[in-house]
Each structure stands twice: as C-alpha cells, then as structure tokens.
Design a protein around this ligand. Structure first.
Ligand SMILES: *Cc1c(COP(=O)(O)O)cnc(C)c1O
Length: 429
C-alpha cells in the first residue's frame, strides 16, 4: 500500500520546535484556498493563526499566483551586488512611502531573523563609522526577535534559548512600559550612560512572548527618552506589520519615529520567505565613505529574489486596497463581541485584543507540569475540530488571515467555547 505523506515525513523530516520522539504524526497538507487548508484525507482546517502569522490575504491567492507566474516566466534570480532587478526596486519604491515616518532605504534579506541581524549589525557599525562606538543593547523582557544568535541574544532568555545562553551577547532587558513604571525605566536607561547603541522592541504586542499587549502612549514616552539619549530605535514589526494591530503598522500609533524597521511574515502575504530592514537617510549616510571599512558587509545568496519581491508587490497592492482595511475592521468588531463572551467564562483570564488579534489565558490553577498536559489536550482538541490554533503555553490566541469569513470566525469562536466546556468538565468542576 502506498504510504501517506505523514508516514513518509516521519522517516526523513526533522520539524521545528518539535520533540520528535513524542510529537504526534504531522498532518499532511496538500492544498490551501482562502482561510482553509486541506489535508491528504480531504479534511478542511480553518487557518486561525495564519500559518505562523504570515498569511494575510488567504492561501493560493489568485492575484499573487498570477503575478508570481508572470515573474517566473521572465527572471527567477540574479545576484544583487553590482546588479539590480525590477521587482526589488519597485517594491522598495512602493513600500517606503507607506511605512511610518522617514524610512529612506530598504535592505533585503531572507526572513525575520536575518532582518533583525541586519538591523543589529547596522546599529553597531553605525556608531563605529561615526567614530563614537557604543556597545550596549536594550530590549524588553519576554521579547522574541528570532532564532539566529544575534536575534536570540536580544530575545528573552527562556527554555528555547537555554542550551545557548552562554554563547549569547549581553543585553539589558526592560519591563514593558506602563504609566506607573516609566520613571524606573528611564532611570535604568540613564544608568547605562552614553554607551547604548540601540533599543529593539516589538511595538504594541509581544508575539511569541505570549501575545502581551501594551499601551502606545507609554511606549512613546519611553522611546522619546531613548531618542534624547541618542539611542537608535529598531521597531521589530515582523509580526505587527501589515495591518495586524488596527493600523497599517503598529508604529503608526506611536509619535516617536523609529530609526529602523524590520519586516517579514506578512510581507509576501504568506507566499515566500523574505526579510526587510529599513532605515533613515541619516543612518544610511553613516555608511557612505571612501573608506571601504565603512561598508555594511552583509548579504545572502537570495537577497532581493525577483520572485519573492513580485509576490510581496502583489501582496502590498492587495493590502492597500480599501477592501483589506474593511476586512480588518470587520474582524476586529467580531472579535470584540467574542471577547465580551469570553470575559464571562470562569476558566479564562486576561482577555485582550489589539486589531485582528485576540488572546487570553486558560486558568490552570495547577502546577507547571500540568501545562504540558494542557498543550497536548489543546492541540488534540483543535485538530479534531479542524481549527488550526497553536497555543503558546496556556495562552490561546486567534490571528486570522484577513479574508476569513464571518462563518469561519464563528466556527473558530465556537471551537474555543467547546474546548473551554470540555476543559472545565474534564477538571471535574
Ligand atoms: C517571527 C518573528 C521573528 C523571526 O522571524 P523568522 O522569519 O521566524 O525568522 C522576529 N521578530 C518577531 C517579532 C517575530 O514575530
């Protein structure tokens, strides 16, 4: 008998973030359309977390497919040092004007982590090129900026980094700002003297850290203080960019302009991997010199791949169409009604929403070991219900593609309410 995709996978594949000995067999996905993914047995799943937060317009979107096919007939790839290509230039031309504030240059790389690496290297070398080297970096507790070494270093130390902690460079971590703790935070920054090169942060929502949401006003005061100390600001919009937080970019809600922005995830509409690091003209100019040592020595083989850029251009066009903003509003309104229901549930706490993201914690009231049982229970439950939800510990969140229909949203909400009922009953309450 012919082996299934799932069985063949288990003989040859090593999956991300997966304990391969104990993980259940993966579901073989063969097709995507709109907010639905179809497995090899023909079951349809609602993609309620946008395939790891990347998909914004739905799967196999015909317009992106068409643009991708057209580009594939013309040019797949060419080197990006000394040469350039049309989709890469057009994407930079069209993206820069919609980004918050005065971003002037686009640097292409391959994914979110590389976009962060580039931003960190830019800031460190910026200060060296100016002849005023600064060494220290600031980030938030619970931050997540990626899995490569530099990106891990500016991320929270956690079970995910534990094996590597000795190899990560030192970073000063700050609490998320509130109106109450701002004096402490600014004092903490001042105590570092004039040696801080940059501050990297996820504006308004810390994603992988548990969908932790915080106020734009407090962030703005903190950023303005950093700016007054000359500290460069890196807004990591890899998750928040392209409409997730209610505005086009999260930094649209914050008055203090960032010096750099990192983008990935929604950038190509969930089609292909790409990272972008943008910066201001002032930063860019610090690398202009007759001295070759002031060059930014960074690049990847597939930098500014024309196919990927064509997909990003098509996605950007769809994103800027009025119907996309209407869809985001519709989802936000639906979410609001759902959060009112959720707040009354005794097994739920910290119900919160920003834009198209809803998150809450399931009250476990048990020791930490129970959390393992909980995540096993949740994964199995939602897989059975054909809704793709992937909790972060006991945090459950919805982060849908903007094309999700009202009926698909309702089905997602209902699956959560059913899960809560089963969970509460299972606990013998
Ligand atoms: C996902 C994510 C990254 C890392 O992106 P990858 O493409 O997975 O390397 C960095 N920062 C934030 C805020 C993210 O959500």
């Amino acid at each position: 008998m012919q082996k299934s995709l799932s069985e063949r996978d288990q003989a040859v594949i090593w999956h991300p973030y997966t304990q391969m000995q104990t993980a259940p067999a993966p579901v073989g996905i063969v097709k995507g359309e709109g907010a639905l993914l179809t497995d090899e047995a023909g079951n349809e799943y609602i993609d309620a977390t946008s395939s790891w937060w990347v998909n914004i317009h739905g799967h196999a979107h015909p317009y992106i497919t068409q643009k991708l096919a057209a580009q594939a007939a013309v040019l797949h790839h060419s080197i990006f040092a000394g040469y350039t290509n049309e989709p890469a230039v057009a994407l930079a031309e069209q993206l820069l004007p919609v980004l918050p504030d005065k971003q002037a240059r686009v640097f292409y790389s391959d994914n979110g982590s590389t976009a962060v690496e580039v931003a960190l290297k830019m800031t460190i070398q910026y200060w060296q090129n100016k002849g005023l080297p600064r060494r220290k970096l600031l980030a938030f507790h619970d931050a997540y900026h990626g899995d490569t070494f530099g990106a891990m270093s500016v991320s929270a130390r956690s079970v995910f980094t534990r094996a590597f902690d000795d190899y990560l460079f030192e970073v000063t971590f700050l609490d998320l700002p509130t109106t109450d703790n701002l004096p402490e935070l600014t004092a903490q920054i001042d105590a570092l003297g004039d040696d801080t090169a940059a501050f990297i942060f996820e504006p308004l929502i810390q994603g992988a850290g548990g969908m932790l949401m915080y106020e734009a006003a407090a962030l703005n005061i903190l950023l303005a203080h950093c700016k007054s100390k000359g500290i460069l600001l890196i807004a990591d919009e890899i998750m928040t960019g392209f409409g997730r937080t209610g505005t086009n970019f999260a930094m649209d809600q914050v008055a203090t302009p960032p010096d750099m922005i990192t983008l990935s995830k929604g950038l190509t509409g969930g089609t292909m991997a790409m990272g972008i690091t943008t910066c201001t003209a002032e930063m860019y100019e610090a690398f202009l010199s007759n001295d070759k040592l002031k060059t930014l020595f960074h690049g990847h083989s597939f930098t500014a791949n024309p196919l990927t850029c064509a997909a990003a251009l098509a996605s950007l066009e769809l994103f800027l169409a009025p119907s996309c903003a209407e869809n985001r509003l519709r989802i936000a309104r639906q979410h609001q009604t759902f959060t009112n229901t959720l707040r009354e549930h005794p097994a739920v706490k910290n119900v919160r929403q920003t834009g198209t993201i809803v998150a809450f914690e399931i009250q476990t009231g048990e020791a930490d070991s129970y959390i393992n049982d909980l995540s096993g229970f949740l994964h199995a439950f939602f897989r059975e219900k054909r809704v793709m939800l992937r909790p972060l510990g006991n945090t459950l969140y919805i982060l849908p593609p903007y094309c999700i229909t009202d009926a698909q949203l309702e089905a997602t909400y209902n699956s959560i309410l059913e899960m809560l009922a089963a969970y509460t009953a299972g606990k013998g309450k």
